[in-house]
Ligand binder design. Structure first.
Ligand SMILES: *Cc1c(COP(=O)(O)O)cnc(C)c1O
Length: 374
């Protein structure tokens, strides 16, 4: 007989953090709704400008979601059939699908064993004469070692495209990520560190010509009203999402600081528990805002089951790597081709961590993980 858990701890939930935020989000939504300008209105322009300022420069183009933002980045660079794009083997499927969508070939590279991020060293073995773009993900919220990747791109004439969907506000050498690549993509999916109340995304670039192209292409290719310079797509950030994002952007530093604080509590409390391998931050110029707090253990499935029975929800990011997904069989990869990625898929577990998580909740998670291993 299972006894009732002492507490239920969700993996993620919206808590009012900081106080008063929910009311301001609701007010912003209502105000925007009543203005009756729901697509490409002034609220979108305002958010684009403020997010650009937050990132320290460059142009932001709000789009429908993070996946579309990635597709737009690749199309803006003219990537298509015959081209190869290097992606992390342990990445999220959206990134890989975007490469496939434009007709290019995703080429997987193993991550660094400490940070789980792509590095110049891990990319080198998979580059070919067809390689055009290196597309790293700042995975789980930690910045990649960008200097080395930028050097590699420069010496080989590749373009760098950053997927910073999990890393809004993460710094690299003191500068926000999403501003290093030629053109970069992020997502405002509700659970991201800067999340909307529905789908949303953005393309970020310092290149005025690329910004101009994306601005046309994401809105049917419209150059002037009812004049279409190219056959573009429809992928726009709507005004309601933009209004919410403008309100939440002000608190992004608070959200990220709170995530870091919660992560440091886990780091201390779980340091010597069982065979747990905790997130390690690379010493150099990188930063980690803990979009996800991912631990590893050889007893992953048993630990997840145990915590489930104790009312603690955890997730696995990600249980089956892209190269072993049915969707990518045509690439011809086989089990064993990416040993580290495959090991990560069987050992990783993401613990609950979100702004507004309470001290008793976190203490309970620590207590039960400790109990599992003792
Ligand atoms: C969430 C996410 C995306 C996709 O974003 P959507 O807005 O859901 O399309 C892409 N890449 C990474 C790394 C993500 O975490």
């Amino acid at each position: 007989m299972l006894s009732d858990p002492k507490m239920q701890v969700p993996f993620f939930t919206f808590r009012e953090f900081p106080a008063g935020l929910q009311q301001r989000v609701e007010e912003a939504l209502l105000t925007e709704l009543r203005k009756n300008h729901l697509v490409l209105g002034p609220a979108v322009a305002q958010f684009e400008e403020e997010f650009g300022r937050y990132l320290g420069g460059g142009e932001v183009i709000g789009v429908g979601n993070g996946y579309d933002a990635l597709v737009l980045c690749l199309r803006a660079l003219g990537i298509g059939p015959g081209h190869e794009v290097v992606v992390p083997a342990n990445g999220y499927i959206a990134t890989i699908n975007a490469v496939q969508q434009v007709g290019a070939k995703p080429v997987f590279a193993e991550p660094d064993p400490q940070t789980y991020n792509l590095t110049a060293t891990s990319v080198l073995p998979v580059i070919t004469p067809k390689t055009k773009v290196i597309l790293p993900i700042h995975l789980y919220g930690q910045s990649c070692e960008l200097n080395d990747l930028l050097d590699l791109c420069q010496s080989h004439d590749f373009e760098l495209v950053e997927d910073f969907a999990q890393a809004q506000g993460t710094l690299y050498a003191g500068q926000p990520v999403g501003t290093f690549g030629k053109v970069n993509a992020t997502s405002f999916y509700p659970t991201k560190n800067l999340g909307a109340v529905g789908d949303g995304g953005a393309v970020v670039t310092q290149d005025a010509a690329i910004a101009h192209w994306v601005r046309q292409y994401h809105n049917y290719g419209q150059s002037r009203r009812y004049e279409y310079a190219q056959a573009g797509i429809n992928s726009r950030l709507d005004s309601l999402q933009a209004a919410v994002l403008t309100v939440k952007l002000v608190h992004l530093p608070d959200f990220n600081a709170e995530r870091k604080r919660l992560a440091s509590i886990y780091q201390q409390a779980l340091a010597d528990v069982g065979d747990l391998c905790l997130p390690s931050t690379s010493p150099a110029a990188t930063d980690h805002i803990y979009h996800l707090y991912v631990v590893r253990t050889s007893q992953r499935d048993a630990l997840q089951q145990f915590l489930q029975e104790k009312g603690i929800q955890t997730l696995v990011h990600y249980p089956v790597p892209p190269h072993l997904q049915p969707a990518y069989q045509h690439l011809g990869y086989r089990p064993g081709d990416f040993p580290l990625t495959e090991e990560l898929a069987t050992t990783s577990l993401s613990l609950p961590l979100f702004p507004g998580m309470t001290e008793p909740e976190q203490a309970y998670v620590v207590e039960e993980i400790t109990a599992f291993f003792s």
